[in-house]
Design a protein around this ligand. Structure first.
Ligand SMILES: NC(=O)c1ccc[n+]([C@@H]2O[C@H](COP(=O)([O-])OP(=O)(O)OC[C@H]3O[C@@H](n4cnc5c(N)ncnc54)[C@H](OP(=O)(O)O)[C@@H]3O)[C@@H](O)[C@H]2O)c1
Length: 294
């Protein structure tokens, strides 16, 4: 018998999961959300299931309930279902947050359910794009044994790879995901601002820097860490780094701390790559610290 599942929270992740699981043969009972408009849009997106205002019309029949609301609403949505007697003992209740533990679903556990979390390690900007990129992506799974087993099966049918993380380490795991994804966007913003300070238009700066970033990601994919690193720090070029520090200090001083800190990390990577020795590293670190605290 196929797994019957329901989704609460008809956003990007909820719609993508529902669509992929329905395609994989899980029985989609339906979706509820804060607004009926979103629930109906999700039903259309998936092409099956019901769109309902009250999740309690779906969840008693579900073997698997995904709560894909924003993180702040997960615990209260779960409590509402548990207190309303809308969860069937033995069912699995899961959320998709990368930072929260499955224990935020404690009310479902008290109602006899198994609780867990499955966090897609992917930047989901739209449900349509997520349907394309989630298969092949990693996901982090944790929770109680039966929930982990059910979520591992979900990952398997969605062709997602699994990284197991102790529940207590989820905030660190999620911080890593933020550094890799969100901070990449913020770094691009910093780079665009520096080119703007050099007199290049914002849109042109973005277009100029994008192929560089894509090439770098491709180098990381091909050569790995630390070998993907190139540039003046990796070459031990102290004079160039000195000119950067002076230029950033003069034209965009608020970006100097990030330039310095990323430079220090780049020295660490360069040392690991073996292109610079300790002496060159110290010279670079000295230049990066010049004027600091002045
Ligand atoms: N986006 C990502 O890159 C990403 C990646 C991995 C994991 N996640 C996790 O996935 C989960 C969902 O994120 P998302 O990006 O899909 O968020 P989202 O697009 O903002 O969708 C959240 C949905 O939840 C609904 N909602 C809000 N409060 C609700 C409530 N009290 N009851 C029922 N529905 C409610 C909203 O409803 P209405 O539209 O009806 O107002 C919205 O459609 C979060 O736990 C997030 O941490 C996100």
């Amino acid at each position: 018998m196929s797994v019957r599942f329901a989704v609460i929270g008809a956003g990007k992740v909820g719609k993508a999961l529902a669509c992929l699981l329905a395609r994989a043969g899980y029985e989609f009972l339906g979706v509820s959300s804060r607004s009926m408009e979103s629930a109906r849009a999700a039903r259309r997106f998936v092409g099956s299931g019901a769109a309902v205002a009250d999740a309690a019309r779906l969840t008693p029949k579900a073997d698997l309930v995904f709560i894909t609301t924003p993180d702040t609403a997960i615990a209260s949505v779960c409590e509402g279902l548990a207190q309303g007697g809308a969860l069937t003992p033995g069912a699995v209740v899961a959320h998709c947050s990368g930072a929260l533990p499955s224990s935020v679903l404690e009310s479902a556990r008290a109602a006899g359910c198994h609780v867990g979390s499955l966090h897609p390690c992917q930047a989901v900007a739209s449900a349509g794009e997520a349907v394309r990129v989630l298969p092949g992506s990693y996901c982090c799974i944790e929770g109680d044994l039966a929930a982990v087993e059910a979520l591992e099966e979900v990952a398997r049918v969605l062709h997602m790879q699994i990284v197991k993380v102790p529940t207590s380490a989820k905030p660190l795991y999620h911080a890593a995901a933020c550094v890799a994804s969100n901070y990449l966007v913020a770094l691009q913003h910093a780079a665009v601002r520096l080119q703007q300070a050099a007199g290049i238009g914002r849109e042109e700066a973005l277009q100029c820097l994008l192929p560089l970033m894509k090439g770098t990601v491709s180098n990381i994919e091909r050569a790995g860490l630390p070998d993907a690193l190139t540039g003046p720090i990796e070459r031990g070029d102290v004079a160039t780094v000195e000119s950067h520090v002076a230029a950033v200090a003069g034209s965009a001083p608020d970006l100097l701390p990030i330039y310095r800190e990323m430079g220090r990390l780049t020295v660490e990577v360069s040392l690991a790559k073996g292109n610079i020795d300790r002496r060159a590293a110290d010279a670079l670190l000295q230049v990066l610290a010049r004027g600091e605290g002045a």
